[in-house]
Design a protein around this ligand. Sequence first.
Ligand code: PXP
Length: 258
Amino acid sequence: MDDENIWKNYLVIKMTALSVNVNKFALVRNARGADLPNLIDISNKCLDYGADGITVHPRPDERHAKFSDLEPLKNLLSKFENKEFNVEGYPSDFFVKKVIEVKPDQVTLVPDPPGALTSSFGWDCENNKNLLTDIVSEFKKNDIRVSIFINPSIKTLENLELIQTDRVELYTFDYAHTFNENKEKAIKDYIGVTNYLKKEFPKIELNAGHDLNLENLKFFLDKINNVKEVSIGHALICDTFEFGLQETIKKYLTLTNN
Ligand code: PXP
């Protein structure tokens, strides 16, 4: 391959994976107590249209994805090469057992209490160091990559070295909700925390998610280097009402592939 083609090939390497959080499709399905939309069909379409992975967040009340969705989703993902299955949730004993049975590519640990409307804060690594250290080790023993949900705040990351997580997922709510006022200010703490992580924990990889959308995603990825994966649900599903699923995924991929 000549130099020009090597360079072209390099340019098409995906920088950030797009994992579609299909919880809201499951919410619509559950509303009628039947199987429409079918979560496997719709996830299959997301992957066919180019998404790099599927995320679900089975909550204790199973109002979105259910624990019984995990096995068929894992089977679906196993038909695709280089696409990943990510399961998020609070690491209750039940959650840990179910996730280990299914063995997704990645588990994302979130500290949300049982009735939470949505995830609304990251872990305090000091207060939860024993819980997280044990659970991260249990998942890693079972060959499941672990990511923990974190705030854009260095002071919540004390004891991160004990926890031995593979990745962290930056909680992007604050960024997304202040983006329209002042985007440079909105991203500031995220730059601070990622510079800290790069310096102190160069092996820990970075994911991001919550309230990312077609408007705020590009600036985030331009400013924060090396985001391995964004998981996007709510906005992406709202966009499908306007653009349809295939076109919506295409629009997000244009942003994650740059
Ligand atoms: N990451 C985590 C840990 C979440 O709990 C959620 C919502 O379930 C997301 C990302 C995706 O957030 P959104 O639905 O706002 O895109």
